[in-house]
Every structure is written in structure tokens, then in C-alpha cells.
Design a binder for this molecule. Structure first.
Ligand SMILES: Nc1ncnc2c1ncn2[C@@H]1O[C@H](COP(=O)(O)OP(=O)(O)OP(=O)(O)O)[C@@H](O)[C@H]1O
Ligand SMILES: [Zn+2]
Ligand SMILES: [Zn+2]
Length: 802
């Protein structure tokens, strides 16, 4: 086969096809599906992915592949196939789909290095002339010496060498110094007399090294024997030992964990795990919806299912929402499966992500715990996929490809014939409805472990507080209960529902608010820097002293930011020790973990934070949860507002009373009569589901209809309006009879970053009714998108409507 089908790195629809290239003879053994190549394209050379090999082409006179970029496939055949499916499902470019599956290192600028895994003399002469005693050599040196690609591939395949990508700049493969004997054991013993009897440390180090089978880390030697650098240097100078640089993995999660054993399951847990285990045993693919109240032991179900999968010699993917990917969560997996676990999340540096990916690619780990993109882990013997907190909206990617990890999981589960487990205390309506219809298999855990009761939820009507004359942001009930806990040495979690709230600046004289110059939104006041920031475009400016409109000095900030709550809290409870967690206090790397650790160590009484503290935390000593503004997001222009509020209230109350001590929750709200608040307080998921389904049915929203959102933006308002009309016309003409077109209408945030934004929403039941219309739309507007400033996106199953 001497023709390669290549997806080239040019994201415009005219090029979104496979291109045929001739494979020159010297690259025959190297070019395989899943490797990247450099190919001529017009006047340039560009990168492309080989996705297939073939003998025939409809074209004669094919151009040749210029060179290869990878010497082993970086994508499996399954993932290549999946990229095609993604392209079709999300209407993205194939190249975007392929790139979404790989760590950023493959997109970034990088250099290649060749690492010797064998003794130098095992390599042919032409290699030794290049290596010259080095264990790591720049790839360029091989090319300069004109070593053929086919030879490189061969040596990689037999394991003589390994090729590594080094991101240019800071992220290098990380190394450490190792010590090994330079001579054989008898030679060493023979020469031992060269070392003076006084040099005890040198002798001791040498004798210890003789007993080691492998080179050891210098640090380990120094620590074990308590020797300084001097004696080591002396041994090296005398030719007894050599020091070499070896690769080590960055370990973002620190030291070894205490091993943990599986717990004997409760009867409910046993009933729930049985069907999953059957699936694993029979290599069957079902989608399970594990609906379990908070603290019901869902994680233990995941752990024991994975154990079974590993025993079968297969692999597991566990998805966890980004903000729940706390050290606590990671520890639960690492302590059960030790070094078999890789962790992938956005907090890692490019280099760290690449390290973790490589462990998977080389099959050095069997379990991946990660955020959304971990769904693309390049395993080839997948035995289970678990999505914890399946209702989390972060599983949907907002950039191209706009995929939902749940759908990718189902694709991969079907491909590998293995179970997919979706877990949540508050499943999405979509998933629960599917379970009701029998599309998913419903598994329920209705009790907490040890029959611990779910914490009592008290609803406080803040309007009544105001009537009573309480003008603070804390109700009397909340303050009393907080003091009580602090006096008893227990801890409190306080959540400010920040969405929809912020501290904005307003003039009390004329009512002027300070808006961002580029976006339709009030700027947010940041007390520490005494500056105003826009949360959409990051624009900043100093806090004005006088109103820009009327020059009055009565300009103040309003609203409830976490900083402001913290101050109020300090005023009201002067003996309380408070840790605040929000975007400002957690922006530095590792800060998130450090704050949680401090709280776990009892260094604070109150953990105050935004949504980011609602999930996954499991602190023994927390007996009170307070929610400051439960309804803050009930009224957002989003048909999921009620569902999201219900989920958040349930999640955050689940943080209390998870262990011996009983828990309590205080929910402050201005709309206590709203069914969402009432039903969340009663922990009545069923009732909420039924009620909310009626609403969805009445207004024609998911799960009764599918949605697709067409967003467009332009820097000229008139052009944006004009384009929106033409988009709507095309859609009205081309959509199937059963699809409903709504719009065009201005987006709720009309302007962001100086761009005017419009949208059309389509409701449909059959994909056939929308697919060809949307493809045509993208094709027709392609030219305007590349040549004019128009941006147009199609978003299936949208989560973001602003
Ligand atoms: N079979 C068991 N026996 C004893 N303890 C258990 C058992 N299963 C789970 N636990 C413990 O119960 C606690 C709650 O379990 P877990 O965190 O798995 O619940 P969860 O349903 O995942 O909770 P959430 O959804 O709130 O995060 C944990 O401390 C866990 O170690
Ligand atoms: Zn802005
Ligand atoms: Zn004013």
C-alpha cells in the first residue's frame, strides 16, 4: 500500500476532506494510520494525520509525503474512527476532532529527543557516531546524520530507543540523577584498595551500590546512607561509579498513598453492583444510571467495579468534574490502585499532562481519573467507563468540537462492549427520562451509608428577616447555628451562589452603573486591588472616585461578592476563623488544594466559597451547611435554571453530616415557595423530576425535544443583524417539517468583547430534520467567515445560552 489518506491541518470546509499522498519507499515501514506527517499543500508544507492506507486513488500524480512527525501511532484505530463520528455528530472539522483527543503538547511547538534504552554498543555504527556516549540526543542530530526513518522506526519497535516530545520553553521531560557502578562487581571489589581506609563513606556507598540491581536515584543513596556529595564526587572521579540523567515522571499528586482495601458492601450497594459486574463478566455494553443520594457510597461501587475490570486485564476511565477533582478524590483511587492510576485535569502543566498521557499510551497505567478530555484516553482494552456527577455541565465542551463526554463514553462503551456507568445524586432530566424508558438501566441507592439521615434542611425566608429589621446578609437562624458549631469545635461550609450575583458599582445619586466598554455587563469590584474587572473579557480599570456620569462622590459597590460576605462574616462572628475559596483565592497553582487541606486539618471554622465547594468534599467535622442565596440563579434565562438550582442545593447539603455527627442545612432564599427550593429541601428528586418534566413538556424543551443553537457574531452591529436574518431565512427554507425555528434574536448578552451576538434556536425530534440544513448553512457562510469578520457556530445540545 503506497498511498496514505491524510487529514490536513487546515480548518476550512473546502479542505475538510481526505487528501491522498504518495508514500515514498523509504517511509513505507514508517507511515501508519495514527501518525502525523508533513505534506506539501499548495505552496506550503503542513501537518496532517494519516488516517488510512490504500492502494488506489482517484487521482494520478500524487505528491509525496515529505516526512513523518511520529514514529509510532499516537492515535489508535478506534480513536481515528471516533474522530469521524465526532465530526459528524458535532459538525466540526475532522482536524479539530483529532486534535481534541490529544494533549496540547502535540499542538504546541516542540522538539524531539531520542532516548537510548539500550547500551550504545548494541546500536549500529552509524548511530554510535551520533550518540557519542550520550543517553539523550536531539532528534535533529539523527536527521543531520541522515539516518533513515525506517531505521528509526525499527529501533523504536524493538525497544532500543524512545522518541520524546519536548515542549519548547519550560516544559521539558523531567529528569533526575541516578548512580550506577561503572565497573563490574568483581572489578569493583578488586579495585577497592584504591580507596583509602579512612574514606568510610566512599567504601560504604560502593558496597551498598553493589547490592543494587538497577541504577538508583542519587537522592535515595544519599538519604539511605546519609552521605554528602563529596564522597560521591570522589567515587565518580576515580571511575567507580557514573552518574546518569534519567527521566522521571512529574508527580503532581505527591507521595505514595496509604493502601486501601475494598469495603464489604451494604445490601443496597450489592444489589446495585451486581448488574454492573455481570456486564463486565459477559463483556456486554449497557448504560447504567446510578442514582444514589449523597454519601450513599457510589464511589465504592466505582472502585469495586474497576477492580473487577483490572482483574480481567482491562482498563478503566473515570470522569470527574474538574472542580471535584480534588486531592481527596484522587487519593481514593490512588490508594486502591496505586501506580496504576493516571490523573488528567486542567490544573496540570502541558508537560505534566503529556507525562500522564504517555503513561496511558505506553500501557503503564490501567486507570485514568480525569476531567472531560480524559474520555479520549488511548486505551485499547477498555473494560468500563464511569462518569461521576453525570449532571455536570462541564462534560460538554464549549469549543469545537462541541462534544458531550457522555455521548463519547457511549460510543466507546459500545465499541469495546463494556459498561458505561453514569452516577449522580441528581441525574439530568434527560438521563433519568432515558432510564424511565429503559434505554439506560436504572440503579438506585436510596440510603446513606450507616443509615445516616440526610441533613435537615431549614428554609429561611429572607423577606421576613428584613421585616424583622435584620439588614445583614445572614439570617438569625444561620448566625445562631454557626456560633453553636464553632463553640462545639465543629465546622461550617458556607456557600454563596455566585451566579447572577457580583459586586457591581452604582452611583446612588443618578443610578449610573459602571459597564464594561466592550461587553454588555456591569464590571465587578475587586476589593484587594481596588479595581473593576469585566468577567467576560478581563478588561480592568481603576475604581472611579466620582461618578463618571454626574460626578457625585456617592459611587459605591453593591451586590454580594465572596469578599464582601467574608467581611460581613468577620464583623458578625469575630471569633470565627474563615477560609475563603473563590476564583481569586484559588487562581495560583496548588492554592485550591492547600486551602482544602487547611480546612481538613481544622485550621478554620468556616469554609466560605462559591459553587466550587459544593462538590465531592467529604469532611468528617462539617455539621452545618449554609446557602446564602439559594435562588440566585433560578431566574437566569436558561431552561435548566430550576434543574441546576435543585442540583446545587442537593449537592451542597450533601457535604454535611457524612460521618458520625449529624448534619443540618440552612437555606436562605427570597422565593421559599418555589417548587425547586421546596423539593430540594425535602430531598424529593422524584417529585422534582415529575414537576419539571411537565414544564419541559409544556414549553417544548429537552428531554421532549432536542435543541440546537446557532450563534453568530460580528463586530459591526448592522452586519450581525443582516447575517442573522439570512441565517434564519436559510434555516426556515431548509429545515425539515417537524423542526421548529425560533429567532433570530439578540443573545441575552448582546455584546461581548466588542462583538454583537445573535442566535437562532431550533427544536427538533429527528436529526434528519436539521442535519442537512445545518451543513448547508456552514458551507454557505464559510466564505464570509474566512473573509469577513463573521463568526458562526452550531451547538447541538447547548448548555450555554447567554
Ligand atoms: N460499604 C461501605 N462500608 C463502609 N463505609 C462505606 C461503604 N461504602 C462507602 N463507605 C463510606 O461512606 C462514605 C460516603 O461514600 P461515598 O463518598 O462513596 O459516597 P458518594 O455516594 O460517592 O457521595 P457523594 O455523591 O456525596 O460524593 C465514604 O466515607 C465511604 O468511604
Ligand atoms: Zn468586557
Ligand atoms: Zn452619578
Amino acid at each position: 500500500m503506497d498511498i496514505a489518506k491524510v487529514v490536513v491541518d487546515v480548518p476550512v470546509s473546502a479542505t475538510d476532506a481526505l487528501f491522498d499522498y504518495h508514500i515514498p519507499d523509504h517511509l513505507k515501514t514508517v507511515v501508519k494510520p495514527g501518525v502525523r506527517v508533513v505534506v506539501p499543500f499548495g505552496p506550503r508544507h503542513i501537518m496532517g494525520f494519516v488516517v488510512d492506507l490504500t492502494d488506489d486513488s482517484d487521482f494520478d500524480k500524487l505528491k509525496p509525503i515529505q516526512r513523518v512527525m511520529d514514529y509510532e501511532p499516537i492515535l489508535t484505530p478506534e480513536l481515528l474512527k471516533l474522530s469521524k463520528w465526532l465530526q459528524h455528530e458535532t459538525l466540526c472539522f475532522r482536524i479539530s476532532a483529532l486534535q481534541a483527543m490529544l494533549p496540547a503538547v502535540f499542538k504546541a511547538k516542540y522538539e524531539k529527543e531520542v532516548w537510548l534504552l539500550t547500551e550504545e554498543d548494541a546500536l549500529p555504527d552509524n548511530w554510535q557516531r551520533v550518540t557519542q556516549g550520550r543517553e539523550v540526543i536531539p532528534f535533529q542530530d539523527l536527521q543531520d546524520a541522515q539516518i533513515p526513518d525506517s531505521q528509526i522506526t525499527k529501533h523504536i519497535e524493538v525497544g532500543d530507543i524512545e522518541l520524546k516530545y519536548v515542549v519548547k520553553g519550560k516544559n521539558r521531560v523531567k529528569t533526575d540523577t541516578y548512580v550506577k557502578l561503572a565497573l563490574s562487581e568483581p572489578e569493583t571489589l578488586e579495585k577497592l584498595d584504591d580507596i583509602s581506609k579512612q574514606a568510610k563513606q566512599q567504601r560504604q556507598a560502593l558496597m551498598w551500590l553493589i547490592d543494587q540491581e538497577e541504577p538508583v536515584r542519587l537522592k535515595q543513596l544519599q538519604q539511605t546512607l546519609d552521605v554528602t556529595r563529596g564522597p560521591i564526587k570522589a567515587l565518580e572521579d576515580k571511575g567507580f561509579i557514573s552518574l546518569v540523567q534519567r527521566e522521571i515522571y512529574r508527580d503532581p499528586h505527591g507521595a505514595e498513598q496509604q493502601p486501601s482495601q475494598s469495603l464489604p458492601l451494604t445490601e443496597q450497594q450489592q444489589n446495585v453492583i451486581n448488574p454492573i459486574m455481570d456486564n463486565i463478566e459477559q463483556s456486554k455494553h449497557d448504560v447504567f444510571l446510578l442514582h444514589g443520594v449523597t454519601g450513599s457510597g457510589k464511589t465504592e461501587i466505582y472502585l469495586q467495579s474497576i477492580e473487577k475490570v483490572l482483574a480481567k486485564g482491562e482498563e478503566a476511565i473515570v470522569l470527574v468534574p474538574e472542580i471535584a477533582l480534588t486531592p481527596q478524590m484522587v487519593t481514593r483511587f490512588k490508594s486502591r490502585f496505586g501506580a496504576d492510576v493516571a490523573v488528567l485535569h486542567s490544573g496540570l502543566s502541558t508537560g505534566e499532562k503529556y507525562d500522564e498521557w504517555r503513561k496511558i499510551h505506553r500501557r503503564e497505567v490501567k486507570v485514568v481519573v480525569g476531567a472531560r478530555s480524559a474520555i479520549f484516553a488511548p486505551f485499547d482494552r477498555l473494560g468500563i467507563i464511569i462518569i461521576d456527577e453525570e449532571h455536570e455541565t462541564t462534560y460538554k465542551q464549549e469549543d469545537y468540537p462541541k462534544y458531550h463526554a457522555r455521548e463519547v463514553a457511549k460510543y466507546r462503551g459500545d465499541y469495546h462492549q463494556c459498561p458505561v456507568v453514569l452516577g449522580s445524586a441528581t441525574p439530568t432530566l434527560e438521563s433519568y427520562a432515558r432510564a424511565q424508558k429503559g434505554v439506560y438501566r436504572l440503579l438506585e441507592l436510596t440510603e446513606r451509608i450507616n443509615q445516616q439521615a440526610l441533613p435537615d434542611m431549614e428554609i429561611v425566608d429572607m423577606r421576613k428577616e428584613l421585616e424583622k429589621g435584620n439588614r445583614t446578609m445572614f439570617s438569625d437562624a444561620l448566625v445562631d447555628k454557626m456560633s453553636e458549631r464553632i463553640n462545639r469545635g465543629e465546622q461550617v461550609v458556607l456557600m454563596l451562589n455566585r451566579r447572577g450575583y457580583a459586586s457591581f458599582v452604582m452611583c446612588r445619586e443618578c443610578g449610573e452603573t459602571v459597564q464594561c466598554e466592550h461587553c454588555d455587563i456591569s464590571m465587578t469590584y475587586h476589593r484587594t486591588q481596588h479595581r473593576l474587572k469585566c468577567h467576560y473579557c478581563n478588561a480592568e480599570r481603576p475604581m472611579p472616585d466620582v461618578c463618571p456620569n454626574c460626578e457625585s462622590d456617592a459611587i459605591r459597590f453593591f451586590g454580594t461578592g465572596t469578599q464582601k460576605v467574608e467581611e460581613a462574616l468577620r464583623e458578625q462572628m469575630d471569633n470565627a476563623r474563615i477560609i475563603r475559596m473563590d476564583v481569586d483565592t484559588t487562581s495560583r497553582k496548588g492554592a485550591h488544594e492547600r486551602l482544602l487541606q487547611q480546612f481538613a486539618d481544622g485550621e478554620a471554622d468556616i469554609l466560605l466559597g462559591t459553587q466550587m465547594i459544593a462538590k465531592g468534599l467529604d469532611f468528617e467535622n462539617v455539621t452545618l451547611v449554609g446557602v446564602i442565596a439559594a435562588d440566585a440563579m433560578l431566574h437566569l434565562p436558561d431552561f435548566r435554571a430550576a434543574e441546576k438550582s435543585f442540583q446545587l442545593l442537593t449537592q451542597v447539603s450533601g457535604r454535611a453530616g457524612r460521618h458520625e455527627l449529624p448534619g443540618e442545612v440552612v437555606v436562605q432564599t427570597y422565593t421559599p415557595e418555589h417548587y425547586t427550593v421546596e423539593m430540594a429541601a425535602a430531598y424529593d428528586y422524584q417529585a422534582f423530576y415529575l414537576r419539571e418534566m411537565q414544564v419541559r413538556k409544556r414549553f417544548g424543551y429537552p428531554p421532549y425535544y432536542y435543541l440546537v443553537l446557532v450563534n453568530l457574531s460580528h463586530s459591526h452591529h448592522v452586519k450581525a443583524v443582516d447575517a442573522s436574518k439570512r441565517v434564519a431565512e436559510l434555516l426556515a427554507r431548509e429545515l425539515g417539517d417537524d423542526a421548529q425555528l425560533l429567532g433570530p434574536s439578540p443573545s441575552p448578552m448582546l455584546r461581548i468583547k466588542d462583538r454583537y451576538r445573535y442566535q437562532c434556536m431550533i427544536k427538533y425530534r429527528q436529526r434528519d430534520d436539521v442535519e442537512s440544513a445545518l451543513s448547508q448553512l456552514l458551507n454557505q457562510f464559510q466564505k464570509e467567515m474566512t473573509q469577513d469578520d463573521l463568526q458562526l457556530t452550531v451547538d447541538f445540545e447547548p448548555y450555554y445560552f447567554m
